[in-house]
Design a protein around this ligand. Structure first.
Ligand SMILES: Nc1ncnc2c1ncn2[C@@H]1O[C@H](COP(=O)(O)OP(=O)(O)OP(=O)(O)O)[C@@H](O)[C@H]1O
Ligand SMILES: [Mg+2]
Length: 371
């Protein structure tokens, strides 16, 4: 063990290699990609979608891949720029040159950033209708065509933000269908992803295998986390784990966040026990207090009552008589509307019929405050 070990827990961004706890979906995804099958991966926010795909692709020997993140694209130009950035990020000048040639009609420019990496600019004036995207999509479908190629579109639900989204989807779909590499579409908004790939009039209907990314299996995840504590000289009492997992529901990001906080809070004793878990919660509350206060303050009185009741009693059967009574709201449709709003705000999410907090520490904070 190093004398001054660094915090071994990672959250809020993609995890790789020793920070990646292996999960069964990796092999399933690899098999799909080996056979050139297009795949849709969807799941809750921060559940591990991007990490899973990166890990699966990294293990495919001899494959070429391109990762295009289209989070919050709002225009054809921003979508095109994301594709150009993905190409530039590969740092392969011959790939960049082929790209520039293929999209010459979009008047590309090439410069180098301060790290000496290529930066490609495209002329927004030349990207006014969905058909203007064709040279870019043609490039992807030609340069990354063939059995050992994977193109990943991350945050794919953002395609719905585009002004002519259906037309863009139709172009993508028709070109993708004609080539033999595999495409992976990642998305975190379940309804939107389902609609895109299963909606009866959607251009993407039945174009890809659907995989839902769920929680990591609890036992291996616990071992993975326990080992990280152990390797940095920490002793963790076994009885701590059920509590950690009951608070976070085993959500990968939130569980790592809590472990990280516990690690920080106990630097002096390097011991975690049920009695000192609270120090970890306190640290998270301190980091997130401003956001919790803002989110809580922005709710109406009725929404606050419903949220408080979910925090106290759990989120099953939210329109049943005892839930209504506990919330002090007499009409079930009013509770329903509050729940819909809390879902829209991404404060609660529907997990197979149960309303749960997207951020488990917000729930703890509410209970702690007695709100
Ligand atoms: N296989 C894993 N092993 C360990 N931790 C993981 C794993 N997958 C995800 N995590 C945890 O979840 C966090 C988020 O992972 P990742 O960014 O891959 O999720 P995502 O679903 O792509 O998130 P987003 O919804 O923001 O796109 C990581 O920082 C890590 O804390
Ligand atoms: Mg992601």
């Amino acid at each position: 063990m190093a004398r001054n070990p660094v915090n071994p827990f990672r959250y809020g961004k993609l995890v790789q290699k020793k920070d990646f706890c292996t999960r069964p979906e990796v092999n399933v995804l690899r098999e799909y990609l080996r056979s050139g099958q297009n795949v849709v991966l969807y799941g809750e926010r921060r559940i591990g979608k991007t990490s899973l795909v990166e890990e699966a692709v990294r293990g495919l020997k001899g494959f070429r891949s391109l990762f295009v993140d289209i989070y919050e694209v709002q225009s054809l130009h921003s979508l095109s720029q994301r594709i150009a950035s993905a190409v530039a990020r590969r740092g392969n000048m011959s790939l960049v040159q082929r790209f520039l040639k293929s999209v010459s009609v979009l008047r590309p420019t090439l410069s180098l950033n301060t790290d000496g990496l290529p930066v490609i600019g495209l002329d927004a004036q030349r990207l006014s209708t969905p058909t203007d995207l064709e040279p870019l999509v043609d490039f992807l479908c030609t340069d990354f065509s063939g059995e050992k190629c994977v193109i990943v579109f991350d945050e794919f639900q953002s395609i719905l933000n585009l002004p002519d989204s259906r037309e863009v989807q139709a172009i993508l779909r028709s070109k993708i269908q004609q080539q033999s590499g595999a495409f992976v579409f990642l998305g975190s908004i379940r309804q939107e992803m389902r609609l895109l790939f299963t909606g009866h009039d959607s251009p993407f209907k039945d174009s890809a295998a659907l995989m839902e990314v769920g929680y990591l299996p609890e036992e291996p995840f616990k071992k993975f986390l326990a080992k990280k504590f152990e390797m940095t000289g920490y002793t963790v009492e076994e009885t701590v784990w059920p509590e950690i997992f009951s608070v976070t529901r085993g959500h990968p990001n939130e569980t790592q966040k809590l472990c990280s906080a516990l690690w920080m809070a106990h630097l002096d004793t390097r011991t975690v026990t049920p009695a000192n878990l609270r120090d970890g919660y306190e640290l998270i509350f301190a980091m997130q207090r401003a956001q919790f206060e803002r989110d809580w303050g922005a709710l109406t009185g009725k929404q606050q009552s419903v949220l408080r009741t979910v925090a106290q009693r759990g989120g099953r059967h939210v329109t049943a008589a005892d839930f209504l009574q506990a919330s002090g709201i007499t009409h079930a449709p009013t509770v329903r509307r509050c729940i819909d709003r809390l879902n829209d705000l991404d404060i609660l999410l529907d997990a197979d019929g149960e309303q749960v907090f997207t951020d488990p520490f917000f729930r703890l904070w509410l209970l702690d405050k007695g709100y």
